[in-house]
Design a protein around this ligand. Structure first.
Ligand SMILES: NC(=O)c1ccc[n+]([C@@H]2O[C@H](COP(=O)([O-])OP(=O)(O)OC[C@H]3O[C@@H](n4cnc5c(N)ncnc54)[C@H](O)[C@@H]3O)[C@@H](O)[C@H]2O)c1
Length: 349
């Protein structure tokens, strides 16, 4: 990071933003100079906690009044499009939490706004920045398992998410738009783009409005297949939240990630085991340290984008395909049919 400070602001001072703020505080060369939330009390409290001088209830006023390099958008999806479109007129880089959008139209509009303004747009998609998946990506890229032909990404737990994020129990589209997006991003990250998806959804927990269980089968451009599955209603001991189990099978070996931070590299006649548990950040705690560490890794990447040392991963444009998968998965589940992705995307363009 160069000596110059990059000045940023954050909008949406809710549950998850606290992780963003802790992570920013530890990244050299970054300064958060203003905060915004519709709820003044939330931004005021966060400003006091992180020593931020300026607070706003209106993002337009914040953007107009401060000379910013970037905006970190940590609000929920319905607000993303107007905030991102406006921010593209004011800053060099917009960071947007997932779900990037609720519709392809909104997501495409944000990508167009960024392109037209020459603004970079990165989606806060942090699963690929978890330590386990960074180690796995290195192993795959270094050809330790040969050519991958099958993968599974599995997120099953019974943790009470609804205490910290009550809106999750109320939204009509839940598990695919919450964790499905993360798993589909992993599937694309490791196995490439997807040509076909078929998905079944279930509503199991009676207190939850949307679907809280799904199973999806993906076919990738290479011909490889992957399974992404998720349950917010699994009875398990020990409780694995928020870990993702994974399996990537290649021509020369297999990677097996358990929910105990153990990653095994199987090759014919050998098995090597890696400890992929991240350190608990000084400000963090279990079981969230896995996620907290990934936020630090992701935002360190954002700092590198600001200095020109990296390109957005994933960019808004890249994330369009991940969002398309989640939305197409609902169509597949509703119709009981496999969805051909190129045609699905064309029909919505
Ligand atoms: N990447 C991850 O691992 C991860 C984990 C949890 C949540 N999230 C995502 O983070 C986002 C925020 O989730 P959360 O649980 O913190 O939600 P939250 O409801 O606790 O916080 C969102 C905040 O945004 C504020 N807000 C909404 N619209 C606004 C606007 N137009 N202007 C200013 N403020 C506005 C709300 O008042 C609220 O305080 C969601 O999209 C969620 O999916 C990501």
């Amino acid at each position: 990071m160069s000596a110059a400070q990059r000045r940023g602001a954050l909008v949406g001072c809710g549950f998850f933003a606290e992780n963003h703020m802790h992570a920013w505080a530890g990244i050299e060369g970054i300064e958060i100079v203003a905060l915004c939330d519709l709820d003044h009390e939330k931004s005021r409290r966060m400003a006091a906690q992180f020593d931020v001088a300026r607070v706003y209830t209106d993002v337009a006023r914040m953007l107009a009044a401060n000379d910013l390099d970037f905006l970190d958008v940590a609000t929920t999806a319905p607000s993303h499009r107007p905030i991102v479109e406006l921010a593209c007129q004011h800053v060099d880089l917009v960071v947007c939490q997932k779900p990037f959008a609720e519709t392809m139209k909104d997501a495409q509009a944000m990508v167009a706004a960024a392109d037209n303004a020459g603004t970079k747009l990165v989606v806060h998609e942090n699963f690929r920045w978890q330590k386990a998946f960074m180690v796995m990506k290195d192993l795959v890229d270094n050809n330790r398992i040969g050519t991958p032909h099958f993968a599974r990404f599995s997120f099953r737990h019974g943790y009470d998410n609804y205490k910290n994020q009550p809106y999750l129990a109320e939204i009509e589209r839940f598990s695919l738009m919450d964790v499905g997006l993360h798993l589909f991003d992993l599937a694309r990250h490791f196995m490439g783009n997807v040509t076909r998806i078929s998905c079944a959804t279930q509503s199991v927990n009676p207190i939850v409005r949307g679907e809280d269980v799904f199973t999806a089968l993906l076919t990738h451009e290479s011909g490889a297949t992957s399974v992404c599955d998720c349950s917010f209603f699994a009875k398990l001991d020990p409780e694995p939240f928020p870990q993702t189990a994974a399996w990537i099978e290649g021509s020369e070996g297999t990677l097996e990630l358990g929910t105990d931070f153990r990653l095994a590299l199987h090759r014919k006649g050998s098995r090597e085991v890696f400890d992929v548990e991240p350190a608990v950040p000084p400000w963090g705690g279990c079981p969230w340290h896995n996620v907290q560490d990934s936020v630090i890794n992701f935002q360190t990447h954002v700092a590198a984008i600001l200095t020109g040392e990296a390109e957005p991963r994933p960019s808004g444009r890249d994330n369009l395909e991940t969002l398309a998968l989640a939305l197409a998965a609902y169509d597949s589940a509703a119709r009981g049919q496999t969805v051909e992705m190129p045609r699905w995307v064309e029909e919505r363009a």
